[in-house]
Ligand binder design. Sequence first.
Ligand code: CUA
Length: 370
Amino acid sequence: MVVHKQKRQSLLFRRATNPHFHLSRRVLRTLILLTISLLWIFSAGHLEPAFSNPGQTTNIFRPLSQPAQDISHLSLLVIAICTAIFLVVAGLLVYSIIRYRHRAGDEASEPPQIYGSNQIELAWTVLPILIVFVLILVTSRSIAQIQDRKPPAGTVNATVIGHQWWWEIRYPELGIVTANELHVPASTDSRVRPTFLKLQSMDVAHSFWVPQLAGKTDLIPNRENLMWIEPTQPGVYLGNCAEYCGTQHARMLIRVIVHAPGEFDRWVAEQKEPAIEDAGAQQGRKIFFANSCVNCHTIRGTSAQGMFGPDLTHLMSRETLGSGAAPNTSEMLRAWVRDPQKLKVGCLMPNMQMTDTEVDQVVAYLQTLK
Ligand code: CUA
């Protein structure tokens, strides 16, 4: 009995003091976790469309425009090279762990002691240098191709200005100002019509990112960054601000609406019109102009020329309110005018403390701004 207990104790002692035993377990656990994470990352690209509307996915592995397609191909190449390296390293590690694991009787002799190997050291210095060199070359080639793109005839030019927490969108050549929804034409084989964007910021750093169209580009105060997109499939593309910019960073969503050829010009013609004057909403109009709404919002063709908030000339042509915080429905518009702080805490539009009747009248007026 005593002997048996002693034997067990010595086994436990050996386990506790043998560094190989613990190391291999820990390494195995890490390897399993790494493999699961990698599988998850790879499957995410393929599983996601099954769970969401394919037109409204924000998956970088389903690019539908240049330069997102080039960036995606490059990422796949980089991921493939890194996966190969991972498999070789992890394979060697697993092989070593199993092949050279601790065995009974190992205490009796010491394994052969090896000091240095020129071949091995050369191999693990030269090979990584070559791999990194290839990665640098392919990446700089893609960056140069994207940045050197010259705008062809028919290019649409837009300026996107980041605000806390919404996007101002200007088309200087077309005389259009809108917010949070960037409208662009689709390119076809016969007519390439990219949109070139100038990115600026009014306050802090933001980042423009619509994963299916292009990579991320920051909007930085006192600086102008450039990017371009060239979508070929009409539809709505979702994106968001990708640089933390304050409380409502998460509700600084952007939509890119890609129009079929011809439809874009119709949208432009509609947006160029001044605001509609509807005689039926005069009461609400009066309240809007009597309050400080006009200090922040512009309604083209009226005396409201504020610049701090979104242009409301064609508010009802937009799909969302508060930069994607809520859909643009009567109910939500009413909730927004009543108290924007409820829908988007911390946004710069205050509760105007209007009565219920006044809110109804202002909403009725806003709804005429088609
Ligand atoms: Cu703007 Cu984050």
